[in-house]
Design a protein around this ligand. Structure first.
Ligand SMILES: Nc1ncnc2c1ncn2[C@@H]1O[C@H](COP(=O)(O)OP(=O)(O)O)[C@@H](O)[C@H]1O
Ligand SMILES: CC(=O)OP(=O)(O)O
Ligand SMILES: [Mg+2]
Length: 401
């Protein structure tokens, strides 16, 4: 079965085409700047040269049509016809309490996702545009939704409830849901496999730090706590998101600056984090460069980011009464040697002993970055959310036939 995996953002759309017979990737790519003047489609057919195409792509339906045109293109394509795509898998960030696992797309499921728009304003509307666009371009092809929140549905009440009037949970389901669950699930399993130890015996802290970021306490293979909350705004400091703050700041600033609900949401989601503190960029590569060049604001942004991540690791070691494995993953976690070094240097109280040479190695494989004496194994495990989505899609579509 050939499965197309789609991860739709508000102005971008990532895709990967899998042949599930051997789980090989036939092609992958990215459409950026959807809705802006010149959109860019970067297509990477496996084993061949990348292709870049600049054109006007005003919305997601056109973006998916361009992707299909590229996948079936005589010169750069990997398919004879669009009919070879037998299923489409979508990343959906928020599945609320309704979805504890991945599910086939139908009218009921779509209505539920729409109800959850408020809870993941940066992500769910985009996922729905991706689903709609795939339906229009590939009518009749089964589609599956894979939720970031599903893995965290095992959290106990004491971790997912907020200490606010309980009526808010009863009426509006205000609670912690978490995100990046597909990634936390994948890297915790991959870590146990790499160490050749049973997952059910391990206390693992997974740090998914990319553009968005979250930390999860995984005990015996189950998520028992995670740093993202009702929405993907809580927890770590991120590229453009504030992460944790005193909730009283919100009404205070709204009052002083006469901000509307949507303005304050936008401030905290899009104009905060690394971008706000550095005044330069939301991208950790530019922050690191600024720091190396002695820029004080970049240095402060990096220090705050690292400090807050390290505090979550300590907190989850406390939550699980110990930790056996710490995993770094996603764009920053997999690539930033300096972030991992700074975090690990201050975890000696847990018995972490970093091996600087191992930490400096760049590779796409799971690897250990601590010495053999270290009480805690610290690993870098490249995440693969798309593969998990392809596997779930394949299984669910086969079972439904
Ligand atoms: N070599 C690197 N050093 C530091 N940060 C990096 C490096 N490469 C990528 N990143 C960071 O990874 C981020 C993207 O991570 P990713 O997991 O792909 O995010 P998302 O899935 O949210 O788009 C970039 O914003 C960048 O800050
Ligand atoms: C939920 C979330 O923050 O996702 P991303 O990291 O892809 O923005
Ligand atoms: Mg991501």
């Amino acid at each position: 079965m050939k499965v197309l995996v789609i991860n739709a953002g508000s102005s971008s759309l990532k895709y990967q085409l899998y042949n599930m017979t051997d789980e090989s990737v036939l092609a992958k790519g990215l459409v950026e700047r959807i809705g802006m003047d010149s959109s860019i489609l970067t297509h990477k057919p496996t084993g061949r040269e990348d292709v870049t195409e600049v054109s006007e792509i005003l919305e997601h339906t056109t973006a998916i049509r361009k992707v299909i045109d590229m996948l079936t293109d005589k010169e750069n394509g990997v398919l004879g016809s669009v009919d070879e795509i037998q299923a489409v898998g979508h990343r959906v960030v928020h599945g609320g309490e309704a979805f504890k696992e991945s599910a086939l797309v139908d009218d009921v499921a779509k209505a539920e996702i729409r109800r959850l728009f408020d809870l993941a304003p940066l992500h769910n509307p985009a996922a729905m545009m991706g689903i709609r666009a795939a339906e229009l371009n590939m009518p009749g092809v089964p589609q599956v939704m894979v939720f970031d929140t599903a893995f965290h549905q095992t959290m106990p009440e004491k971790a997912y409830l907020y200490a606010i009037p309980r009526v808010l949970y009863k009426k509006y389901k205000v609670r912690r849901y978490g995100a990046h669950g597909t990634s936390h699930d994948y890297v915790s399993k991959a870590a146990a496999e790499y160490l050749d130890r049973p997952l059910q015996d391990l206390k693992i802290i997974t740090c998914h730090v990319g553009n968005g970021g979250s930390v999860t306490a995984v005990k015996g293979g189950l998520s028992v706590d995670t740093s993202m909350g009702m929405t993907p705004l809580e927890g770590l400091m991120m590229g453009t998101r504030s992460g944790d703050l005193d909730p009283a700041i919100v009404p205070y600033v709204m009052n002083k600056e006469e901000l509307s609900v949507s303005e304050v949401n936008s401030m905290l989601n899009k104009h905060s984090g690394l971008l706000a503190i550095s005044g330069i960029s939301s991208d950790m590569r530019e922050i690191t460069e600024g720091m190396e060049n002695g820029d004080a604001n970049s240095t402060l942004a990096f220090e705050m980011y690292e400090y807050r991540l390290r505090k979550y690791i300590g907190s989850y070691a406390a939550a699980m009464n110990g930790v056996d494995v710490i995993v770094f993953t996603a764009g920053v976690g997999e690539n930033s040697v300096v972030l991992r070094q700074k975090v690990c240097e201050q975890l000696t109280y847990l018995g972490v002993e970093l091996d600087e040479a191992l930490n400096a190695i760049r590779s796409g494989e799971p690897r250990r970055i601590t010495t053999s004496n270290s009480k805690v194994d610290v690993l870098v495990v490249p995440t693969n959310e798309e593969l998990v989505i392809a596997r779930d899609t394949h299984r669910i579509v086969l079972n439904s036939q």
